[in-house]
Design a binder for this molecule. Structure first.
Ligand SMILES: Cc1cc2nc3c(=O)[nH]c(=O)nc-3n(C[C@H](O)[C@H](O)[C@H](O)COP(=O)(O)OP(=O)(O)OC[C@H]3O[C@@H](n4cnc5c(N)ncnc54)[C@H](O)[C@@H]3O)c2cc1C
Length: 414
């Protein structure tokens, strides 16, 4: 087989490269940025004097593509998290705290115990969500808001925090089908599949550097700062890649693992998601108190998740479009106040950094989900990968890695 060309070295591209290289296929990669990782980046931040991630990223212990990928590249020990599927919450409004404790098994006995559910919620209120997960749902037009009508504590303390993080769009507008897909792959498989795992010490150390080393050992070295500007088509094949000079002829498969707006510019007539939601992360250079939980979900604050790293406290705000253009200093003050309240800290804002990802993910609404294309295209040797393709999951690391595997398998068959 002629060398496979992979355009884009985000997680989807890296996953495609690893899958092909495992089967002995020669791979050449081009990446527009000076580094790999795409939306999963780690870098030295001079203000904090630390290496940080562009944003807190979590996966679930049940994410199978994540497990396969990390095992292949030898990074299976680079995820850490609690032994149990325990989710710590703090409602800043009435200062109540609780821990949702799922237990290990598939049968959700925890729902019967008020001390293991979200405070102030009843078993009955969970039934529509359970029904959504159990029944699944066709890829229809239903939004989560139309399926779950309760807007009381159950919505505020269960549906909203969980689904905002998963769908990265206002949950009432989110796709019920994607929510159901997420629930079926996580909560429905029991607590053992729902332990929250974080990359340690950084995102790149888990998901990017080991993959680059593994590929390097097989003589695959991405060409960085190499932006694809055009594809040359001939009949039902891609026959050339244009990087701004003379087009490079192509014989083998081409996997396009670039963001959707780039793919739409390169591939004629391609329908892609075109509405995106932002994520804002604030990082504070201060060690968290001893015994602080690794992750706390906040209700009723500006920050939504407080994440404790050894020498840093980071916060995540998903679906952040309403505040993304706000004054950075004012945002840091506001978010720090939430952190202080939840972790019992006081004092002025420590050294801080705010990282804004404006197009963090596509908005996981039914309308946008229907615009996601499959991996195969009408050109026999052109395949698509990325969290925005038809992965049957919201835009996640698991979806991105899976999309790379799918594109690689199609490329092998082609
Ligand atoms: C702040 C933030 C927090 C997140 N949190 C989580 C989380 O907790 N859990 C989770 O599962 N997911 C999370 N995600 C989503 C996750 O990061 C993405 O799903 C995943 O990184 C997408 O990978 P990708 O390869 O599909 O796309 P990308 O990472 O966007 O990769 C595309 C690559 O293509 C390159 N490229 C673009 N144009 C060209 C061109 N013309 N030529 C060559 N290369 C090009 C880009 O530079 C990039 O490297 C988060 C995302 C963000 C931004």
């Amino acid at each position: 087989m002629a060398a496979a060309r992979i355009i884009g070295a985000g997680l989807a591209g890296l996953s495609a490269a690893v899958t092909l290289a495992q089967r002995g296929v020669a791979v050449r990669m081009d990446e527009a940025a000076p580094r790999a990782g795409g939306r999963c980046r780690s870098y030295y931040d001079p203000t904090l004097d630390q290496v940080i991630d562009n944003g807190n990223h979590f996966v679930f212990s049940g994410n199978q593509a994540v497990a396969r990928y990390l095992k292949t590249v030898g990074a299976q020990d680079c995820l850490e998290g609690p032994d149990k599927a325990d989710f710590v919450f703090h409602d800043l409004g009435d200062d109540s705290r609780w821990t949702m404790r799922l237990g290990d098994g598939r049968i959700p006995w925890w729902l019967l115990d008020p001390k293991r559910r979200a405070a102030g919620t009843t078993l009955i209120e969970h039934l529509p969500l359970a029904a959504l997960a159990l029944r699944g749902r066709g890829r229809g037009r239903a939004t989560l808001g139309s399926v779950i009508r309760n807007r009381g504590h159950f919505w505020q303390r269960v549906v909203d925090p969980m689904m905002l993080a998963v769908l990265n769009c206002p949950p009432e507008q989110g796709s019920a089908w994607l929510a159901a897909r997420f629930l079926r792959e996580s909560f429905l498989r029991g607590g053992r599949a729902c332990r929250t795992l974080a990359p340690v010490p950084t995102l790149a150390a888990a998901f990017v550097d080991p993959a680059l080393a593994w590929l390097g050992a097989r003589d695959i070295h991405p060409r960085f700062s190499s932006r694809l500007r055009g594809l040359v088509f001939s009949g039902d094949r891609v026959t050339g890649l244009d990087f701004g000079q003379a087009a490079e002829p192509v014989d083998g498969p081409v996997i396009l693992s670039v963001p959707p707006w780039v793919a739409a510019d390169l591939v004629p007539g391609l329908n892609v998601p075109d509405r995106f939601c932002s994520i804002l992360n604030a990082h504070f250079a201060v060690a968290p108190p001893a015994n602080a939980p690794m992750i706390t979900a906040l209700i009723g604050g500006c920050a939504q998740w407080v994440v404790c790293h050894p020498a840093r406290i980071s916060t995540t705000i998903s679906g952040a479009d309403a505040i993304i253009d706000g004054d950075r200093g004012a945002l840091a003050q506001r978010i720090w106040a939430d952190v202080c309240q939840t972790l019992g800290l006081s004092g002025g804002v420590p050294r801080w950094q705010i990282v804004k990802e404006r197009r963090a993910t596509f908005a996981a609404t039914p309308e946008q989900d229907r615009k996601r294309p499959p991996a195969a295209t009408r050109w026999r040797n052109l395949f698509l990968a990325g969290d925005w393709t038809q992965t049957q999951l919201p835009a996640t690391i698991e979806g991105a890695l899976r999309s790379g595997e799918v594109a690689a398998r199609l490329a092998l068959r082609a």
